[in-house]
Design a protein around this ligand. Structure first.
Ligand SMILES: [Zn+2]
Length: 100
């Protein structure tokens, strides 16, 4: 909401819509839908081991799960395959959902 205060069509002040998942311009009637950034956090496992990554530049000294944003036209499973490949060089298989 902080980044979306004025209508891109008429420059009028916009307000939250009555149903809460969009913004509304009472001046021109335009509905502005909030941008979604779907992302994945896969747990890459091998037997009872969980794969963690760390940054190569050593300025950040903690381990983390692989994460990534889904690109336009990409499935969530495709995001998992791409991010795992990009960050580890491994090929992700047997992709299953744990929780939503
Ligand atoms: Zn407007």
């Amino acid at each position: 909401m902080r980044n979306n205060q004025f209508c891109g069509s008429c420059k009028g002040k916009i307000i939250p819509s009555s149903w809460g998942r969009a913004l509304f311009c009472p001046h021109c009637g335009r509905t502005i839908y909030l941008r979604l950034n779907p992302a994945i956090i896969p747990a890459v496992t091998w037997n009872d081991k969980l794969l963690l990554t760390c940054y190569a530049d050593h300025h950040i000294s903690y381990y983390a799960l692989i994460v990534g944003f889904t690109e336009i036209g990409e499935t969530l499973e495709g995001t998992v395959r791409r991010e795992v490949k990009e960050e580890t060089g491994l090929s992700a298989k047997d992709i299953r959902y744990y929780k939503f």
